[in-house]
Ligand binder design. Structure first.
Ligand SMILES: CC(C)(COP(=O)(O)OP(=O)(O)OC[C@H]1O[C@@H](n2cnc3c(N)ncnc32)[C@H](O)[C@@H]1OP(=O)(O)O)[C@@H](O)C(=O)NCCC(=O)NCCS
Length: 295
């Protein structure tokens, strides 16, 4: 988010706004800014990764490659990681705009803050454990269980006990959703990938077992409105398998994908002339009126 914020000086929209362009043209400059930003995101992420985890051995981009292919190249990971990158970025682009990161990006841009400000803010929302950080939490949880099991795949009963133990203090990461009431189709897409490319991977076997064990337990507990797995339950396992073993990088990957969807939403909002967003504030008297009717 800091890297994106530092590029705000390059905003074409800000320049054009100060030159006095018409409101109906705002979207064109948001569009230019979005393309410039999106073109840089994979390079920024791969740069951070190689700097932090690969001794600063930076791989320059190859402009002949596509978005996902170039990212895989700059990460220094062989095929089929290019396919993983394509799948990952598309699956993590926004799906309905109400989630914390998408809504935050949309909200900030509604004040006509430029796309760099908006996407930087979006990433800060994504960083919470109930949202984009859940993929990292899932892997940490899985490895915690794996350590206790000495690397063996638990039986169904043993896995149930780990789930019950976790529920004493926290949520089960990767399960539940604010809107979805069925298994997340993004989970299923990644599951299909795993069944094809890594069916015998131990971590995948853990995830597969959880898919069997967790929903009945959450249903029995009766609190979660959606007991099924979400996108984060599966994604970290694939990254781990292809050598991206640094959990704290997973939300950065999520951020690249999410930016694709949120940038499109922001451009449409400007093209349709949406107003600045503001939640309605209510006084106590107004709430009493809603609850008890007019006095
Ligand atoms: C995604 C999430 C934040 C949605 O929250 P929400 O809309 O408030 O969900 P619900 O309305 O179903 O929550 C009702 C109750 O069920 C609980 N619940 C929901 N998901 C749960 C889970 N995975 N494990 C245990 N309890 C869960 C909530 O904590 C809440 O309990 P409370 O009343 O004691 O506070 C929530 O399901 C969650 O925390 N999931 C785990 C984190 C995660 O995977 N996030 C990524 C989402 S894509």
């Amino acid at each position: 988010s800091a890297a994106i914020l530092s590029m705000n000086k390059d905003s074409i929209f800000v320049k054009k706004y100060h030159e006095g362009v018409k409101k109906t043209q705002y979207w064109e400059y948001y569009y230019e800014d979005a393309l410039n930003l999106l073109a840089k995101l994979p390079e920024i992420a791969a740069f951070i990764y190689r700097l932090k985890y690969r001794n600063g051995d930076i791989i320059p981009p190859d402009p002949k490659l596509d978005f996902g292919g170039n990212f895989a190249h700059m990460m220094g990971i062989a095929k089929p990681y290019d396919e993983v990158a394509r799948m990952y970025f598309i699956l993590h682009s926004d799906h309905e705009s109400g989630n914390v990161s998408a809504h935050t990006g949309h909200l900030v841009a509604s004040a006509l803050s430029d796309i760099y400000y908006a996407i930087s803010a979006m990433l800060n929302g994504l960083a919470g454990p109930l949202h984009g950080l859940a993929n990292e939490e899932v892997l940490r949880w899985l490895h915690g269980v794996m350590e206790k099991m000495g690397g063996k795949v638990p039986t169904e009963e043993e896995m149930k006990n780990f789930v019950y133990e976790t529920l004493k203090t926290s949520v089960i990461p990767g399960y539940g959703h604010a809107v979805l009431r069925k298994t997340d189709p993004r989970y299923m897409a990644q599951r299909e990938f795993c069944l094809k490319h890594l069916p015998n991977d131990t971590l995948f076997k853990y995830v597969d077992l959880l898919f069997k064990v967790v929903p009945p337990i959450l249903l029995e507990q009766g609190k979660a409105k959606n007991p099924w797995p979400n996108v984060d339950a599966q994604s970290g396992v694939i990254q781990w398998y292809y050598g991206v073993k640094e959990y704290e990088f997973y939300t950065v990957l999520f951020g690249i994908g999410r930016a694709l969807g949120v940038c499109s939403n922001i451009i449409w909002a400007r093209a349709l002339g949406y107003p600045i967003e503001r939640p309605k504030s209510l006084t106590t008297a107004m709430l009493e009126e809603v609850a008890f009717g007019k006095k």
